[in-house]
Design a binder for this molecule. Structure first.
Ligand code: SAM
Length: 258
C-alpha cells in the first residue's frame, strides 16, 4: 500500500474508507452524550470560541447557511438567532435559513431532539451527507461553517474544494478546529491533560474510552495553523486569516470565496 492510499485515524494509519467507517462509529457511539461531554472537556470554553466564530461570520437576514459536520446543530441555531437579531436592528424581515449536514445520522437525531431546535421549524434542515461530496449545486450558500469536523475527514482538501464550490461568490468560510498552542510549554501541559484526563472522563460519561482516545489523537495529527491556512488558500479561498483562541488550543480559519 502506498503512502497516498493511507490516512491517519488518530495515531493509526488506515485506508480512507476505513477512516470514514471508523469516524462514523466514533460519533455514533458518543452522539447521545456529545453536548454534555463537550462542556465537560472544554469547561464550556468551546461556547466562547463558537460565539467569536459567529461574530466574525456576521450572519445577515435572508442568508443561506450550511454547517458541515454540524453534529447537533449548535452553529446553525446560532446563525439563525444572529441573523434574526441583525434583521430586527435594521427592520429587515427576510428570514435566514440553515442546513446542518453531517455524515452521522445519530448526531443529527440528537440535534433534532434538542429543545432549542423546534422553534426554527422549516428554516433549519438536517441532511445526512459526507462533507467531501455535498449534495448541493454550485454557488448555493452565503456562509459555510465547520467546527471540530474537518480533522475527521479522510480527505481535507476534497472537503475544502467542495466548500468553495457550494459557496456563492463573496461567500464566507469559517473553519474552527483544535490546533497547536503558541507556547510549547503550555502545549505540553495541555497534552498531559488531554491524553490523561479526556479518555478517562469519556469512559465515565459515555462508557466509551476508545472514541475519546481517537479524539485526542486526531487533534495531535491535525496540521499547525500556517500549514492549514496554506491548504485553505490552495483551494481558492481569498484573504484567509487565522485567529487563535485560548493560546491556540483552537483556531478559526476565515476566508472568502471570491
Ligand atoms: N460541529 C459540531 C460541534 O462543533 O459541536 C460537531 C463536531 S463533532 C466533534 C465532529 C462531527 O463531524 C461529527 O458529528 C461527525 O459525525 C462529523 N463528521 C465526521 N466526518 C464527516 C464527514 N466526512 N462529513 C460530514 N460530517 C463528518
Amino acid at each position: 500500500m502506498s503512502a497516498q492510499d493511507t490516512v491517519s485515524f488518530g495515531f493509526e494509519t488506515v485506508t480512507p474508507d476505513e477512516k470514514v467507517d471508523r469516524v462514523k462509529g466514533v460519533f455514533r457511539s458518543v452522539a447521545s452524550k456529545y453536548d454534555v461531554m463537550n462542556d465537560f472537556m472544554s469547561v464550556g470554553i468551546h461556547r466562547l470560541w463558537k460565539h467569536d466564530t459567529m461574530t466574525r461570520l456576521n450572519p445577515q437576514p435572508g442568508e443561506a447557511h450550511l454547517d458541515v459536520a454540524g453534529g447537533t446543530g449548535e452553529l446553525a441555531r446560532s446563525f439563525l438567532r444572529r441573523a434574526d437579531a441583525a434583521g430586527q436592528r435594521r427592520g429587515d424581515t427576510r428570514k435566514a435559513t440553515a442546513i446542518v449536514c453531517d455524515i452521522n445520522d445519530a448526531m443529527l437525531e440528537a440535534g433534532k431532539a434538542r429543545p432549542d431546535t423546534a422553534e426554527w421549524g422549516e428554516r433549519l434542515n438536517w441532511v445526512c451527507a459526507d462533507g467531501t461530496a455535498l449534495p448541493y449545486p454550485d454557488r448555493s450558500f452565503d456562509a459555510l461553517t465547520i467546527s471540530f469536523g474537518i480533522r475527521n475527514f479522510a480527505d481535507r482538501v476534497a472537503g475544502l474544494r467542495e466548500f468553495k464550490r457550494v459557496l456563492k461568490p463573496g461567500g464566507r468560510l469559517a473553519v474552527l478546529e483544535f490546533t497547536e498552542m503558541t507556547a510549547p510549554l503550555l502545549q505540553k501541559a495541555y497534552d498531559t491533560y488531554s491524553f490523561n484526563v479526556i479518555p478517562k472522563v469519556g469512559e465515565i460519561v459515555t462508557g466509551d474510552r476508545d472514541s475519546y482516545q481517537y479524539l485526542v489523537e486526531s487533534i495531535r495529527q491535525f496540521p499547525d495553523q500556517e500549514t492549514f491556512k496554506a491548504e485553505v488558500e490552495g483551494t481558492g479561498f481569498s484573504n484567509v486569516t487565522v485567529t487563535n483562541f485560548s493560546g491556540g488550543i483552537a483556531a478559526l480559519h476565515f476566508g472568502w470565496a471570491i
